[in-house]
Design a protein around this ligand. Sequence first.
Ligand code: ATP
Ligand code: MG
Length: 558
Amino acid sequence: MSDQSSPTNFIRQLVTADLGAGRYPQGITTRFPPEPNGYLHIGHAKSICLNFGLAEDFGGRCALRFDDTNPDRESPEFVEAIKADVQWLGFDWKERLYHASDYFEQLYTFAVELIDSGHAYVCDLSADEVRGTRGTLTTPGVNSPFRDRSCDENRELFEKMRSGEFPDGSRVLRARINMASPNLHLRDPTLYRIRYQTHHNTGDNWCIYPMYDFTHPLSDAIEGVTHSLCTLEFEDNRALYDWVLEHVTTPSRPYQTEFSRLSLEYTMVSKRLLTILVEQEVVGSWDDPRMPTLSGMRRRGYPPEALVDFCTRIGVTRNQQNVELSVLDNCVREALDPGTPRAFAVTRPLKIVIENYPEDEEEELEALNHPGDESLGTRSLPFCRELYIEHEDFQEDPPKKFFRLAPGREVRLRYAYLVTCTEVIKDSSGEIIEVRCTYDPETRGGNAPDGRKVKGTIHWVSARHSAQAEVRLYEPLFVDPEPHVSSEDDLKNALNETSLTTLDNVQVEPSLAAAPPGSIFQFERLGYFCVDRDSTDARRVFNRTVALRDSWAKARAK
Ligand code: ATP
Ligand code: MG
């Protein structure tokens, strides 16, 4: 049943073994369980691909479950954004869209079951007192003075907690496990707390909210999850996960397995930190193209296939990985290269005037939309006496290895003509403002009939026909490959000040002037660029999705 094209990993091996042993005759069930307190990031993509991928490849089911037990920072905006991102990645939860908050009534019943069997008690200690009596890794905790309340008293108090008779934070329900356990998670952890807060899904129906460690295993059990996959920081919580399931009568018994979190060089993948970046306006929004969020990557032009491919390549292990950015960039390039139309854009324009080209003349030249795939067709490029080329494609006093335009040099204007530089024009401060050339009319299309060799090929646009556009270039948000941010000062020092560069006088070929937001092009020799939603009718805005690895080698090869 397993899809042989997906590389194996220890979790796939576990599933294969479980199915082989006949443990799950109905097939496996997994879930992706985000808390709706922010937008999804590339780390979540790893978990989505793993959970939905297993269900797909082994003929099982995967749910999208919102783990929404903490009303503080959760919102419908985040719920909707998460749904959109999972769909964009190409996964379908079908009818399995769940909220942990839908189970609040059932979870309450489970808590009462724990109380009735003597496994939970209402504790009146304050949060600080609970913390202060928990002990440390080397010393045991101290039993709460409320630990031996009778089942009847606990039940009555818990009902009063629910009906709003006690103030916010004044009491909690705790599991009655072992205050001396070497695993701190088992030292009578809190199961419920009082919070007078409106919940995005249940409104004001509840003033007690279950804790994650109680909710998570029981939600899994209610949904029939077979393989509950989570990241390694929950390894120590597994004992509590198991304890809850062993002490409550549940419809099924899920098992938790941990894998390592994705971390990416120069990037922070934590919703908490990403929230700070948004709230402090370090970035414009959750979908700022510099953000490692799925919505930011979508806006930047990353195709979803590239992210799925990336998740496949990095694999699933228990080793901490700090993946190189180039791995992601390569996935993006490889996904974009085959179908993405090529176009010409000049990001830092330098005017060239073709002196022997008549002033009032113009012509259309044919250009391939994809040099490697003729099925993508051609477009025409207008050509006339005045053109723009990249400033850096001209040097007045070039070094030896510079094969582009320079005084007396001949260069190929791609898809157009061979031109030779005859004169350099400067302003009073010595800045080069224009270059004069002559063209060889015999070289239409870019080839010399006499077979003479021209080493350099550069791109260009017609000054008369090009449209002005804005281009945004991105670098990583952080300067350190492993950024550590625990305070606001850390954050300031960790940020890359040149993460965004805006070029506001970019000249693009006319075919781009009306390209719709979201469309992606390869600007030849420059990289892949995606039309941003900030574009107006008068002016397109392009995000650089990713640069070309070795743009010059490619252009030279033509
Ligand atoms: P964050 O620290 O960014 O807030 P989280 O773990 O609190 O992440 P959740 O919404 O609880 O965010 O995560 C949903 C699922 O995604 C969980 O199963 C979690 O383990 C997984 N996940 C989150 N971050 C990563 C990551 N960097 N790599 C792999 N899986 C991740
Ligand atoms: Mg979390």
